[in-house]
Ligand binder design. Sequence first.
Ligand SMILES: [Zn+2]
Length: 450
Amino acid sequence: MTPIRIHDTRSASLRELVPGPGGRVGIYACGPTVYARVHVGNARPYVVFSMLKRYLEHEGHDVTLVVNITDVNDKIYDAARSLGVTSTALASEMTEHYLADTGALGLGRPDAEPLASESIEGIADLIGALIERGHAYAVEGDVYFRVRSDDHYGSLSHRAIDDMSQGEDGEGTSRKEDPLDFALWKGQKEEEDSAWDAPWGRGRPGWHIECSAMAEELLGVGFEIHGGGNDLAFPHHENEAAQTRMGRGGELAQIWMHNGMLQLGGGTMGKSLGNAIRLHEVIADVGRDALVMLFAGAHYRQPMAFDDERLAEAGARVERIRDAARRLAGGESPADMRAQRDAFFAALAEDFNTAQALGALFEWIREANRRSEPVGRADLVEMLAVLGLENLVEAEEAAGDADRELLERREAARAAKDWAEADRLRDELAERGWTVRDGPAGPELVPLRR
Ligand SMILES: [Zn+2]
């Protein structure tokens, strides 16, 4: 198997991916807190780790991708209160939206999408282990993690222990032994409408503990890749790592893989985009192909500019692939174009560089366009499938015999100068989703777009 290297935040270096028995690769990526429709920025980790799963499966690994859904959280209580609905109702409505909005990306779904509210048993078990080992303490219905009891605390995000703040806004300060400690369990407050029973009192889990518990339950301790946005490295991932290290005596994950943030409004956000930065609005506006292409065009670790110009460029790249695909033949690609295909996969093997891989893909297309005879499309489909963009080629194959017969009849009508019949056939083709365009080899069918 091809050696695959991925940048690991904890060791600050590229590390070779070492799969478990049978090529098993477990990936856990932190998912959304469901208090509102997802922002296009939330889609980046979803896209990165969905594409990574596709790539690793292409390489023959048996991948399990877990993306959690945080459905118990302060933000949900706050949003539900201001909307006058229960937190459970808001979280379940927004979970439905999240599933539909990310589903519209067309990249498939993770293998498991656990809800915090359905994982309380595992969460309580891990908290119990931490208390028993002396790394956590219960006080007045809350439970806190004793940060200074972990000698390795700060080793993931590379921070000195005295420069850290948990960002808990002074909450629980009077109950914490040390301001650095963070909440594992929060006793129910009067204004909170959901709670679960636990040995240390009725309440609900803190945010960080759910990921340690759900990842362990679904992937075991020491699984291969833990992912998420780089804004989560501290405190969220630092705390996840500490909880599992001290509660279970092992490292939660081998590789910590972080994606860069989306940068909104760096360029112009013109009238086509407006303030439409929620995922479903962007997809409705430019289509999923352009959005997926935009994400693939940036290295996952880099910040990514998001504006009208970048979306238009991505749309133009989609068109270049569609145009090239129309001139391809079925079947195997020529052996003397193998170098570009291999360069695509080599770029992915070295820290999942989709930007460089796309460069190789467009080299392949340039070469295909130079050939006088149509070349086989197999390599292009193979590359696009890893990015979830194989539909750009497959759509071209969808013109059936009936469509082609209509095209031939239209050409015959035009040759006979029967313009009325030619127009009627053109309209019939349009109803079937096709427009006619003059290509180098004569008229061809092109899918109609919005
Ligand atoms: Zn998490």
